[in-house]
Design a protein around this ligand. Sequence first.
Ligand code: SF4
Ligand code: SF4
Ligand code: SF4
Length: 295
Amino acid sequence: MDELRNHVKEMLANGTVAAVIGYKEAGSPMRTKPVIITAPEEAILLVFNEYCLNNLAVYLTKARVKNLARVNGTIKKLGIVAKPCDVHAVIALIQESQLKREDVYIISFNCNGVVKDYGETLTGETIASKCLHCDARQPLYHDKVFGELKDLPASPDEELAKIKSFDDMTSQERFEYFKNEFDKCIKCYACRAACPMCYCTQCITDKTIPRWVESSAHGRGNFSWNLIRAFHLSARCVGCGECERACPMDIPLSLINRKMLEVAKNDFAYLSGRNLETPTLVGSFDVKDKEEFIL
Ligand code: SF4
Ligand code: SF4
Ligand code: SF4
């Protein structure tokens, strides 16, 4: 912790960064919340542990945060404390031209997993599902990295087993499953607010002329909203799981996101936010792309 605090203090004091988005304790050592610090003496607030659940990359596209980087007519770097999986979101934002690599200072950690919920000790039962299939516990990109890798607690990946069981279902059974889940949606849009890749200044679901999606929490509009969101995130979602964690109705959004990720990976050898040198999947075309989905 001291290494992180000292480094951030130095970066703020010498003007390398204008602000740092990080985590601070929230009422208990087993809970954190986001914090944005702009003064060296505030670095003492920062923590990094298995309770750092938020994907802080969501703040990088917010106007009020971007404005912090404008200092005396120049653009300074914004610092971010990012788990390796959250670094994928930073990279995906750069790939989508929402951010320049030179404008962000990535402070990351060799990561030993996070818990599903605050207040639990990290074990095989309490570890977040995304950690069980994590393929990058060491950050792919960083300006500073701390921490040592340890073995993750052993645990079966129940989410993966559930996704595999979908492949055995008929399309009607899959439709019914998700229809029932989406019927629970109350259109609070917490999933959208938590998602680093949902950065449009006006979401299509908020448009009223024409109105594309029913605004009330009705089955028809719920289904459209959730499917539109899934399609808009296909091959863009970085699998951070924050949408599902934010959902007050416990809708298993990660199942659909993760299935879409598997398709992009298996059919196009593409994983979002992994390589700054490659274009995004939806932003590129290859004559060899599979087209068997076109009837
Ligand atoms: S998914 Fe990987 S990088 Fe992210 S918190 Fe889990 S172990 Fe760490
Ligand atoms: S759709 Fe969900 S899992 Fe994917 S990037 Fe957004 S918040 Fe993360
Ligand atoms: S967070 Fe859950 S309930 Fe709220 S809009 Fe998203 S899917 Fe619906």
